[in-house]
Design a protein around this ligand. Structure first.
Ligand code: ZN
Length: 136
């Protein structure tokens, strides 16, 4: 079994989800197939299908949210890279063992029917990494 199957999606931090939806619909030629709020993370997300990968737009629903803070510090742009895995617990254990800093010891419920966990960017050359496992 492979460890990481593929890039599942790229997460892009945006200030205004409606404005960004319009831009990405023009760019990709398709409307978002889903828009979803994740209350626990204070984000509203929308997803675009691009071939077998996806683009996730994330906007904060609160000035205290992690996306709002990210944009304040670094501006809009790529926020995380998400990798698809078959067994998220197993991958987290493997990566922890490899010395990566796991931000969520227990996977949490993410958008788009996924269990997700994040890896700190300090150990991945500045890129926030998300692991996601599709809930079957
Ligand atoms: Zn994501």
């Amino acid at each position: 079994m492979k460890h990481i199957n593929k890039i599942e999606h790229l997460g892009i931090a945006v200030k205004d989800i409606d404005q960004a939806n319009t831009i990405y619909e023009k760019l990709l030629g398709v409307p978002p197939y889903k828009q979803e709020t994740v209350e626990s993370e204070a984000v509203i997300t929308s997803f675009f299908q691009v071939g077998e990968n996806k683009i996730e737009l994330l906007a904060s629903t609160s000035p205290e949210g992690t996306i709002a803070k990210f944009i304040e510090k670094r501006g809009e742009g790529i926020h995380h890279v998400a990798f698809d895995v078959d067994d998220i617990e197993k991958e987290l254990a493997r990566l922890k063992n490899e010395g990566f800093t796991i931000l969520n010891e227990k996977p949490k419920l993410g958008a788009d029917n996924k269990r997700v966990a994040f890896i700190h960017p300090k150990g991945t050359n500045g890129v926030l990494v998300e692991l996601c496992e599709e809930i079957k």
